[in-house]
Design a protein around this ligand. Structure first.
Ligand code: SF4
Ligand code: SF4
Length: 140
């Protein structure tokens, strides 16, 4: 019998907009082709120009790595705010409900060390979390 998902009863999360998840020296922000098209359109740019200006490299499976500043800040982080928030990539929209983070209480609590929104705000239902987890999985 499959084990019950750790998040089945829901988890509390409310983003404090601290911007910490947008700034990490070892962090990588990955875009799908759809993310890239959405962001280019939002910025009224040609996709080719967007790619040249903001993409560090193309990875496998149609995933593109976003450029960052030397200190690890995402290229779209300005004064602690995301400049493309309405069209931010799937990776950003689904955080912290990533498959690897909601896998266990241990991992969820470890993520809380870097994300102050974990344990705050409203309860996200198991179904809501499952939908976000699936979005991240589909991306691969
Ligand atoms: S680290 Fe957490 S609380 Fe801070 S901006 Fe990111 S998601 Fe929001
Ligand atoms: S795209 Fe926006 S939300 Fe995503 S890491 Fe960059 S600044 Fe943060």
């Amino acid at each position: 019998m499959p084990r019950e998902k750790f998040y089945k009863q829901g988890l509390k999360f409310g983003c404090t907009e601290c911007g910490q998840c947008c700034s990490h020296p070892d962090g990588v922000v990955e875009l799908t082709r759809q993310d890239m098209e959405n962001m280019a359109e939002y910025l009224a740019m040609d996709v080719g120009d967007f790619r040249e200006k903001f993409i560090l490299k193309a990875q496998k499976d149609d995933i593109f790595e976003l450029n960052s500043y030397e200190n690890g800040d995402c290229i779209f982080l300005e004064e602690g705010r995301c400049q493309v928030y309405p069209v931010r990539p799937v990776q950003c929209r689904t955080y912290p409900f990533w498959p690897e983070i909601v896998k266990s209480a241990y991992r969820w609590n470890a993520a809380a060390q870097v994300c102050p929104g974990i344990g705050e705000g409203r309860v996200w239902s198991g179904e809501e979390i499952e939908a976000l987890v699936k979005q991240m999985r589909r991306r691969k």
